[in-house]
Structures are given as C-alpha cells and as structure tokens.
Design a protein around this ligand. Structure first.
Ligand code: ZN
Length: 403
C-alpha cells in the first residue's frame, strides 16, 4: 500500500525541527535563542516570520519546497530579528519611516543577511542583501533604510517581531491560547545570555562572524549615545506636545545653505514640551556624578531649545525635598539621603499644575518604579554601570561617565 500522501497544508515538523537542530549545531552560541522560538503553522505567511513574543510563524508550503540547509539559514535569520531587537528599534524610527514597514523590513534583512552569507550560511532564493541596493556590507538597518528605494519590488514580511506592524495572522499579545510566548524581560535575558555565549565561544577559540561579535559587544557593553537618545525623545515629545502626530524632524538638507550662518530648526516653530527632572538624591548616589549627570541632561535640553521656566527639577529620595525651576544646574541643591523611591518624585512631577510632557529620572536604578505606564513620556537616565533595568515600558538611557 502506498504511504498516505501528505496534504498540502500539513506542516512537515520533522524537517523544520531538523533544520533548527542543524542551525543550533552549526552555531552553538545561537542554540538558546533558536530553541526559545515557538512554532506556529500558518498558510497565511509566505515563508517564515516572527512576532515580538518569540513565536515563529511558518508556512507549511515553504517548508515543503525549501531544503533543510536553507531552512537552517532562515531559522537563524528569524532569531536574528529578535536578538537584534528589530521591533524595538523600529519603534524608535521617525513616524513616517515606521509606517513604511516594507522598506524597514528590507533594511533589516540587509542587516542580517550580509552577516549570514559572509558566515557561509545558505539562504533561499529571493533574499535581499545590501549589494542589491548598492549599499556596503556590515551596516545597521537604520543606516540602510535611506538607501532602500521607495516602492521596492521585494515582498518580504518577517512579521511584527521585525518591523513592528502586526499582520492579520499575528497572534498578538493575548492571542494563541496555549501557545508559549516570551515576555520582554525574558527576551532581554535571552539576548544577554546569547551575547555571553558568543564571548565564551570566542574564548574557546571558536570563530564568530564580525556582525555577531559587534552585536554581542554592544549588548554587554552598550555604547549608546545617550545624549542622542535623550535629544530624540525630547524632540518627539515636543512634536507630540504640539499635536503634530505626523511631524518628522529633518536634518537641514546639506544642499540648503544655512541662512546667514544660522540653521533654522523646525522645533523652534513648535510648542515646546515641559520637562521635569526627578533627581535621585538618596544616599546611594554620589553627589559628584549626580551633578555631572544633571549638567549633561540640562545641556541636552538646552540644545533642543527647552530651558528656563520649562524645566522643573525635583530632588527626591523616598520623599520630595525641593522643587525648583532652574536656569542653571548650579542652582539645584542636592539635598536628601533617605530611602529611595522615585515613584514619589514622578507622582509629584505629574501633580504639578503645569504638567510636564516628559519626566526624566536621574537615578542609579535602585528604586521602585510606578506599577504601570504613566501618562507622560518617562525616561530613566541610569547612572553607573551596574544600574538594574527598569520595567520595559520605561524608556531607558544609560548615562556613561564622562571620559
Ligand atoms: Zn527577515
């Protein structure tokens, strides 16, 4: 008797999982990430895709027509979207770019695929890589994005775990009963674990491609330009304060000559946000580094045109000691020294009659945080290398000590 024929819509799990095994064996430092992915069969996806909860959507027909070797490459490709936090980074793009999910996805695939191909992995036909658009290898997707032409002919959709926009087949936050999902804290732990595995692999003289090496270094010792991050957050909040939902801040074109040596910033024509800085003055914070960080933050605010009476500074430990409107940081008295609870300062800032649009908390991170998102933009500027991570909904900028 002939064996029963596999129906078109049945997923060949053994083949798919053999490919994952092959990928994990070939790149052992990615094994934990690969095995953290939960398979969801779906004929609605074209190939394979991920959501931010580490669910991997797989088209049975794609598995049927793709070799195990190439499937192994796609497994690593999908894990790379999540390890590299593509959805989180896409969420920090200007609004107009965020809506252009296809170009974002293509730029992201360029970031991943050049590394995978240089690493000798095989990927199916139809993949995109930087050379298709005349771009250099080894870049980040944010760098590739401007070089990806509008109306691209490549139809990739690696899911909301990549570009951030959920498709109809996406289970979302609450969908998919019984389907395992990873939360943001577990995902972050998995990133660190993978970065450490890459380091360990290198120490034992294993080869790791340059792209993964750079990524691991960045995860373990982030060199985030926090001034840029803070400036971006304040500008975005300024746009929001002005009711300009779709407002994109552009750099002045290089071709436009500056007017009389002055560059006219679009932000100056917008209502400026009000900012409250909550300073952690509990005993665990060194007064000197605190003053330095406060000085830096004020500098950033001045740079985007927010200063003087639009900035309130609240000195706070477990109690709010002083609320000051400052024109210079030297006016702030860093009194305090009791227990630590920044939620008190955040609450006080939000209770002010001229409610801030942005609250920046300067802290070493050893503090409770509000149990749920607050109704303003909350930015934690963490001081010190060992500062614990706030909840995922708090925007976090690590303030590196000045060199
Ligand atoms: Zn992709």
């Amino acid at each position: 008797m002939a064996p029963p024929r596999r129906t078109a819509d049945a997923l060949d799990r053994p083949k798919l999982l053999a490919a994952r095994y092959k990928a994990a064996e070939a790149r052992p430092y990615l094994a934990s990430a690969l095995y953290a992915l939960t398979v969801v069969a779906s004929e609605q996806v074209r190939t394979m895709a991920v959501d931010r909860y580490w669910r991997c959507y797989v088209a049975p027909s794609f598995v049927a027509e793709t070799g195990v070797e190439e499937l192994a490459g796609v497994w690593i490709h999908e894990a790379a979207h999540l390890l590299r936090d593509h959805h989180g980074r896409a969420g920090r793009l200007p609004a107009a770019d965020q809506r252009d999910r296809l170009r974002v996805n293509i730029a992201q695939d360029c970031e991943i695929n050049d590394d995978l191909l240089a690493d000798g992995l095989r990927l199916p036909e139809g993949r995109v890589e930087p050379s298709l658009f005349g771009l250099d290898e080894g870049g980040l997707f944010e760098e590739y994005l401007p070089g990806v032409p509008a109306g691209p002919r490549h139809h990739v959709d690696c899911g909301s775990g990549a570009h951030g926009v959920p498709a109809p087949w996406d289970l979302g936050e609450s969908g998919g009963e019984g389907v395992a999902r990873l939360g943001p804290v577990e995902a972050e732990a998995l990133r660190r674990q993978t970065a450490q595995a890459i380091r360990a692999h290198r120490r034992s003289r294993g080869t790791v491609p340059a792209g993964w090496r750079r990524w691991a270094d960045e995860v373990l010792e982030p060199t985030v330009d926090w001034r840029k991050a803070l400036t971006g957050a304040v500008r975005e909040a300024a746009a929001w304060a002005g009711g300009a939902v779709d407002y994109t801040y552009r750099r002045p074109s290089r071709r436009t000559p500056a007017l009389g040596g002055r560059v006219v910033l679009p932000s100056l024509r917008r209502p400026l946000p009000r900012v409250a800085i909550v300073v952690d003055t509990s005993g665990s914070m060194g007064e000197e580094e605190l003053a330095a960080a406060l000085g830096e933050v004020s500098g950033v605010l001045r740079e985007v045109g927010v200063g003087g009476n639009r900035v309130a500074v609240l000195a706070c430990d477990a109690d709010v000691h002083a609320v000051a409107r400052v024109t210079g940081v030297e006016q702030v008295e860093l009194a305090g020294g009791g227990g630590t609870d920044m939620t008190v300062g955040i609450r006080a800032a939000l209770a002010a009659p001229d409610r801030p649009n942005i609250v920046v908390v300067l802290t070493d991170g050893y503090t409770p945080w509000p149990p749920e998102p607050v109704s303003c933009r909350l930015i934690a500027a963490l001081i010190g290398s060992g500062a614990p991570q706030p909840p995922s909904w708090v925007e976090t900028v690590r303030v590196a000590p000045a060199h």
